[in-house]
Design a protein around this ligand. Structure first.
Ligand code: HEM
Length: 350
């Protein structure tokens, strides 16, 4: 199947361009040396060697990406992806789980000081909780199915066997492709609903200097969101957007050129010399590496977030569960927000 296709492509390939960094072919016809046309059974090692060494030519095929017959960088990319890259991704994730476990062992569950007041106040309305849980559920499925693509062959395949792994991975891939749109909608909605409360202010600096009060030593003041939550919010919005864009580039291959445009933009602003004029294949390879790296960093951050929003802090989960929190919890963690509600006479609660 592949041989006639290669030969057909090769027959379209014209040699005679000055050597360049990659064996990328171009679609535009040019006035150069006469075209080389290979006969079906002809094996021309010299041509393949030249292509591999960076010789350029032109193809008449409408798809320029298909005209790249050999990309030697792909080998280095594959080695990196299956080697150091995967190893570091694993360490980042294990590190996040380890840190959370260590924190829990040292600090235990952060209690509501003085116990619950028994009176609750509204913290998040229905739309806010919908946006949160849409983002959270889609993200968790995307994370699990994505991690399966990264580590599944090493960790899951030996456990469940080839057949089950194939079925799981295929369904996982479908889920990954389609739920991505739910995640994008979720972060867009969260951005619109919460950006106002996540603009940094002077209280955030004090909050950070006091380590959020989590390590002991008093409770720094905070409005509706503290600096830690703002960090989570901006990580989800910015890294989530970057994940979405690189994901779209993977979902619709050779359609977008986000890396080329980003590198050109960075070069023009910072005078850097990032490579531009990337081949379509290099674009896709960078998208794979970037998508995986950003997802691992965001998953590590979200592991910390899930911990503190559930078992790590007494009274936190109800905020996203019922939408209401205990008044003492609110005073302890968001005193300025409570004071503002009191000023606006929104308190006491029903
Ligand atoms: C089972 C999983 C999760 C639980 C139990 C959880 C819990 C919570 C809770 C309780 C809050 C409100 C905190 C407050 O009242 O101050 C919250 C807020 C938030 N959550 Fe989650 N969450 C989960 C998953 C996620 C995921 C996967 C994302 C994004 C990918 C996410 C993004 C956010 C953001 C941006 C906020 C607002 C900022 C913040 O409070 O940190 N959550 N979550």
């Amino acid at each position: 199947m592949r041989r006639p296709l290669l030969l057909a492509l090769l027959a379209l390939f014209l040699l005679g361009f000055p050597p360049a960094g990659s064996a990328r072919a171009q679609t535009a016809p040019s006035a150069g040396p006469p075209p080389v046309t290979l006969q079906p059974e002809e094996s021309r090692a010299d041509i393949w060697r030249a292509i591999r060494q960076g010789e350029r030519g032109t193809v008449a095929a409408p798809n320029a990406a298909g005209g790249q017959l050999v990309q030697s960088e792909g080998e280095a990319w594959r080695e990196l992806r299956l080697g150091a890259y995967k190893l570091w991704a694993g360490w980042i994730l294990l590190g996040a789980v380890g840190l959370v476990a260590l924190f829990f062992a040292l600090r235990g569950r952060v209690p509501i000081e003085g116990g619950p007041a028994g009176t609750t106040i509204r913290r998040f309305n229905g739309i806010e909780r919908f946006a949160h849980w849409l983002t959270a559920t889609t993200f968790i499925v995307l994370a699990l199915t994505g991690l399966n693509l990264m580590f599944g062959r090493t960790l899951l395949l030996p456990l469940v066997g080839k057949d089950a792994f194939a079925v799981l991975t295929q369904w996982g891939k479908f889920l990954h492709n389609y739920l991505a749109f739910g995640f994008m909608a979720g972060i867009a909605l969260m951005f619109v609903l919460w950006v106002w409360y996540n603009i940094p202010n002077r209280h955030d600096i004090v909050w950070i200097l006091k380590g959020g009060g989590l390590l002991g030593g008093g409770h720094p003041s905070a409005k509706r969101f503290n600096a830690g939550q703002k960090f989570v919010f901006w990580s989800v919005v910015l890294l989530g957007t970057s994940l979405s864009l690189s994901g779209l580039q993977l979902l619709f291959p050779f359609t977008f050129h986000f890396f080329d445009s980003t590198f050109a933009f960075v070069n023009s602003w910072f005078g850097t010399a990032l490579p531009t004029g990337l081949s379509p294949m290099a674009e896709q390879q960078l998208a794979v590496l970037w998508h995986g790296l950003v997802s691992v960093v965001l998953i590590a951050i979200v592991i910390g977030h899930i911990y503190i929003g559930s078992i790590g802090m007494e009274g936190a989960f109800q905020a996203m569960g019922s939408g209401r929190v205990d008044l003492n919890w609110a005073r302890q963690h968001h005193d300025l927000w409570v004071a503002e509600l009191e000023r606006k006479r929104v308190l006491p609660a029903e």
